[in-house]
Design a protein around this ligand. Sequence first.
Ligand code: FPP
Length: 241
Amino acid sequence: MGVTIPKHVAIIMDGNGRWAKKRNLPRFMGHRAGAGKIREIADACIGKNVEILTLWAFSTENWGRPAEEVAYLMKLFSVYIKRAQKELMEHNVQFRVIGDREKLNPKLQRLIEQTEQKTLNNAGLKLVIALNYSGRWDITQAMQKLAKQVLAKQLKPEDITTETIQAVLCLADLSEPDLFIRPGGEQRISNYLLWQLAYTELYFTEVFWPDFNAIELEKALQFYATRERRFGLTSEQLEKS
Ligand code: FPP
């Protein structure tokens, strides 16, 4: 028996470029259409009592895209986050960004910090945007933190456990994703939340992100409701507990 509603949904917002190409539009219009979808999906998650929504907006590898596309995306993040502030407050949404922020321009960094501070005490949906994020980067920065603790003699190497690693990863204070959604037709994790997706149910759909809507989310939630999550145990053990 599956738990009906996932507490944490993590999405790769893929297919913006192909969505635009199909319509003979420039790629940036796909990104703009994709950004416009966030509000609808966040609203739908609130309606379904999903508690955490983590969206991947920019990977550490995306810097390799054409300079004008990267510049457009960075501009889009600033405009979008600024515009979203009022609505985040109205909908009681807590906004967070995970990823290597130091490489973002200082203005965008300040805007992110300011939005996080402003929404810190909002008790509704937690909206996490992964920006200049990758799963391997996350694990690497966690290892660096632990290595510093070992050097400072605050931690013994033999005391490093899955829990101490977990504690220094991004999302440390949030539960792991229950449902992963990847629109756009590719069936891979692509260096997203590598550690955190260990037991997550994976849902893939051909629909491009700019076409992903509340109905598509509902399909993913229905898929989730049919899954039996065993976390390495047997069905019989789960039935007994
Ligand atoms: C992947 O599609 C999408 C991205 C690299 C950018 C995602 C960004 C947004 C949806 C913008 C909004 C985000 C915020 C926080 C405002 P792709 O370009 O790889 O598509 P393709 O695989 O079809 O080429």
